[in-house]
Design a binder for this molecule. Structure first.
Ligand SMILES: [Zn+2]
Length: 83
């Protein structure tokens, strides 16, 4: 039998019927990081399937440069205005 690629952690669990079965752990989604300083953003940690189910407003902040943290956003905004 061809060996399957293991990407998820497994644990053996004994069922009430006495059988031992493998349970596969779900992988935790990593934090979204600021594109400039790398700080963790306060954002929902959801996988792509769950992200599709929530509204766009809840996915990211409704301000300019949503990929940056608020501190970096202010710095970038000021630097663009002051040219
Ligand atoms: Zn930042």
């Amino acid at each position: 039998m061809k060996r399957e690629k293991r990407t998820r952690k497994r644990t053996k669990v004994k069922t009430p019927g006495g059988k031992t079965v493998w349970h596969f752990k779900k992988r935790r989604v990593s934090h979204t990081l600021c594109g400039r300083c790398g700080a963790k953003l306060n954002r929902a940690r959801l996988n792509p399937t769950q992200l599709r189910k929530i509204s766009k407003v809840k996915r990211r902040p409704e301000r300019p440069f949503p990929e940056l943290c608020s501190k970096c956003m202010r710095k970038v905004l000021k630097s663009r205005v002051r040219v």
